[in-house]
Design a protein around this ligand. Structure first.
Ligand code: DOR
Length: 438
């Protein structure tokens, strides 16, 4: 083959592709934005590499080469709150965090509950540094009162529906949503939180909320909602995906339901497998205000156990940017949410892999193949012929989370100042380098 046969070679890294069960040192060849070859014949690679311009050969020795990471739960804030994030800046943050695909939640302004808004987001995303898939709303304006035009949303490109930020409190509406979703082959993503039990809550209901005098949301608010949605999924034969699992009770309910063959999947966020509500009283850092709230040590342990035993399928950031002035207020006045796209990988390595809970292949599966399978997205693999979305990770790189380095427009991370291990070296979108750590 002549040198023109390849556009990019990523050489010498340990290639991990959980979808193919592949995990060894190999070279990845890219041509026309697609994976052309994954080869273990390194001596042949050197010959090709010698003929190519140096910028087209990425030396990944000592690094991991994995399918581009997929974050199935982010808030990009456009349309409506471009001061917090835009599709462009959110995707720059995604690229810096190693994500080549993000799925954006519909709680924008206007809410993504109609075809025009889906199309608007998708058209804005054409120029972005990540693939963007849209999650449409379950109900009009996510008010929980009237179903959105689900068929129209799917036709425009929505890959799932969710009223994320709000629980679909009316079980009849949720039942109908699940039935429509089944017809269209998509899951309903549940923000599981009984509104009556959690009304007015600022944090988790626990010893800590009593100590701090802040109204708490009891864990049962999540558990009841999860159990209801599991029962509705069973009844309708539809697929429900539980977002940001935060309680031991929810993990158990999902584990039991899976054992019964009910079509339920779930995700956990880095903050829910890392932080407890004890952190809040230390400095009342408003970046610790999040929904669902940070829970107890036991909940964190059970979320991790759920990740380990496969009860929880995916790791998602729930990247929720908020403006500095909105967070620079009393704890109970701050909007819930924290940014996560740029810290997820480091927290996965530091909190889960280094502590012996997950190996790299399991962790990568939860950030590639599993979300792709649940949402029927392309990608999540380095199979020959697939789009060359690739993440190169330096697994041992130590770094400190710094506010000034975030690509995101917002800086509301409780992890600023944390020392993490594991950093993205390079993110490649359809064969194009969209991020390189310098
Ligand atoms: O903390 C949260 N922030 N939880 C949600 O469900 C919504 C999100 C947001 O949009 O800010």
């Amino acid at each position: 083959m002549s040198k023109a046969d390849y556009d990019l070679i990523i050489s010498g890294g340990r290639v991990i592709d959980p979808a193919l069960g592949f995990g060894k040192e190999a070279d990845v060849f890219v041509k026309d934005g697609k994976i052309a070859q994954v080869s273990t014949e390194t001596d042949k690679t050197e010959k090709y590499a010698a003929k190519m311009p140096p910028e087209c050969v990425i030396d990944a020795s000592g690094s991991l080469v994995v399918p581009g990471l997929i974050d199935m739960h982010v808030h990009l804030r456009e349309p409506g709150r471009e001061d917090k994030e835009t599709i462009i800046t959110g995707c720059q943050a995604a690229a810096a965090g190693g994500f080549t695909t993000v799925c954006c939640m519909p709680n924008t302004d206007p809410v993504i509950d109609n075809q025009e808004t889906v199309k608007f987001v998708l058209s804005r995303a054409e120029e972005a540094d990540a693939n963007v898939f849209v999650i449409g709303a379950v109900t009009k304006m996510s008010k929980g009162e009237e179903l959105a035009e689900i068929g129209d949303l799917v036709k425009a490109g929505a890959v799932a529906i969710s009223d994320d930020g709000h629980f679909v409190q009316n079980p009849d509406i949720m039942r109908r949503a699940l039935e429509y979703a089944r017809m269209f082959g998509i899951p309903v993503i549940s923000h599981a939180e009984d509104k009556y039990l959690s009304a007015g809550a600022i944090m988790n209901e626990s010893f800590q909320s009593t100590r701090l005098g802040l109204k708490g949301s009891p864990s049962v608010a999540e558990v009841i909602a999860v159990v209801r949605d599991i029962k509705l999924a069973e009844f309708t034969g539809s697929r429900v995906h539980i977002a940001h699992v935060s309680t031991a009770g929810a993990v158990k309910a999902i584990r039991d339901a899976k054992a019964e063959g009910i079509h339920v999947t779930a995700e956990a966020t880095p903050h829910h497998f890392t932080l407890t509500d004890e952190e809040i009283g230390k400095e009342f850092n408003t970046n610790l205000r999040v929904n669902p709230p940070l829970r107890t040590k036991r909940d964190v342990e059970e979320v991790i156990r759920g990740l380990v035993d496969g009860t929880i399928d995916c790791i998602a950031s729930d990247h929720a940017p908020h403006a500095e002035e909105e967070k620079d207020v009393e704890f109970d006045q701050a909007p819930p949410g924290l940014i996560g796209l740029e810290t997820t990988l480091g927290l996965v390595k530091t909190q889960l892999i280094d502590k012996g809970y997950l190996n790299w292949a399991d962790a990568i599966r939860k950030m590639t193949y599993n979300p792709a399978r649940i949402l029927k997205l392309p990608g999540g693999t380095l199979e020959i012929g697939s789009t060359a979305d690739i993440t190169v990770i330096d697994p041992e790189k130590r770094w400190t989370v710094s506010e000034t380095k975030f690509r995101s427009k917002s800086k509301n991370s409780p992890f600023i100042g944390w020392k993490l291990k594991g950093k993205v070296d390079c993110t490649i979108l359809a064969g194009r380098v969209v991020y390189q750590n310098k």
